[in-house]
Design a protein around this ligand. Structure first.
Ligand code: SF4
Ligand code: SF4
Length: 100
C-alpha cells in the first residue's frame, strides 16, 4: 500500500521520498543539504575508482558527492529536488505494510 498524507486543510498530498542520488553526476554543491531539515543527506567523497568514502579519508579524492545518510528520516517534501540544478535525484512514493 502506498503511503499517502493530507495537507493541514485535509486535501490529499502524496509525499515523494528521496530514493537515490546519481553519485557520478552529482557535483557535491551542498544545496540539497542546506534545505533539508530532517538530517537525511550526508556529504561524502568519491575516489578516482568511483568508490564513495568519508571526506576525511586518506584515499585520493576526485570530488565531493551527496549521499543519503538517513533515508528513514525523509518526509518526502521534495525541497532537495527543487534546488538541485543537476537533476540527479530520484524521488518516489513509499510502500507501507498494513496488518489486518
Ligand atoms: S524530500 Fe525533504 S525530507 Fe526528504 S531528503 Fe529531500 S528535503 Fe529532506
Ligand atoms: S543539489 Fe544536486 S548536485 Fe548539489 S549536492 Fe545535492 S544532489 Fe548533488
Amino acid at each position: 500500500m502506498t503511503y499517502q498524507a493530507l495537507t493541514r486543510g485535509g486535501q490529499p498530498w502524496q509525499p515523494l521520498f528521496l530514493q537515490e542520488i546519481n553519485a557520478h553526476d552529482c557535483i557535491g554543491c551542498g544545496r540539497c543539504f542546506k534545505v533539508c531539515g530532517f538530517d537525511v543527506l550526508a556529504l561524502k567523497a568519491m575516489t578516482e575508482d568511483g568508490d564513495i568514502v568519508d571526506l576525511d579519508s586518506d584515499e585520493e579524492i576526485e570530488k565531493k558527492v551527496m549521499t543519503i545518510g538517513n533515508a528513514d528520516n525523509c518526509v518526502g517534501c521534495g525541497a532537495c529536488s527543487r534546488v538541485c540544478g543537476k537533476n540527479v535525484q530520484t524521488h518516489g512514493p513509499a510502500e507501507i505494510a498494513v496488518s489486518v
